[in-house]
Write a protein of this length. Structure first.
Ligand code: HEC
Length: 144
């Protein structure tokens, strides 16, 4: 192998490693940037983490909604869109990031909350409790 080729390979290796590190750090930074609020109650969590996009009334006219390409779903009509039943488990998986919302747009612009809610606060990982409380809160605010 000649020297130039070797140098080229080495340089591209550095580039790949560098951009991987960048992707990694920006992802973990997002989790760190989003601190946990003290409350684990659904309505409080909703106000703190969801209302900016989905709106205070969950009808998806929050201040951030306008700048998004995919309009956030109206969260008061989940049951109505689902034949009258609220799909609690599916909604929990969408919030945690285990499942993608079915918007038909093909892009998932809904943030992944699992890692954020599973940060250890007060020595406990209450991530699942937070997600469950949020999903139950959404179930409580369904409209016909
Ligand atoms: C950055 C804006 C943004 C924030 C903040 C946000 N969402 Fe979303 N959400 C979206 C968008 C956009 C969609 C639609 C995505 C799609 O269809 O691909 C969506 C979809 C959803 C869906 C799917 C609804 C359905 O009928 O399929 C649920 C449930 C949901 N969000 C709950 C939440 C909860 C709970 C929070 C707070 C923990 C939250 N969202 C915070 C943007 C946001």
């Amino acid at each position: 192998m000649n020297g130039r080729l070797l140098r080229g390979l080495a340089a591209s290796g550095v580039l790949v490693v560098g951009s991987l590190a960048l992707a990694q750090s920006s992802r973990s930074d997002k989790t760190k940037e989003t601190p946990l609020i003290h409350s684990i109650e659904g309505p409080e969590l909703y106000k703190a983490y969801c209302a900016s996009c989905h709106g205070a009334d969950a009808k998806s006219d929050g201040p951030t909604a306008k700048s998004l390409k995919v309009k956030p779903s109206d969260l008061t009509r989940i049951a109505a869109r689902n034949g009258g039943t609220f799909p609690l488990m599916r909604i929990e998986r969408i919030i945690s990031g285990e499942e993608l919302p079915q918007s038909g747009h093909g892009t998932n612009k809904m943030p992944v909350w699992g890692p954020i809610f599973s940060q250890v606060g007060r020595d406990q990982d209450l991530g699942r409790v937070r997600i469950d409380n949020l999903a139950r809160y959404l179930r409580d605010i369904q409209m016909p």
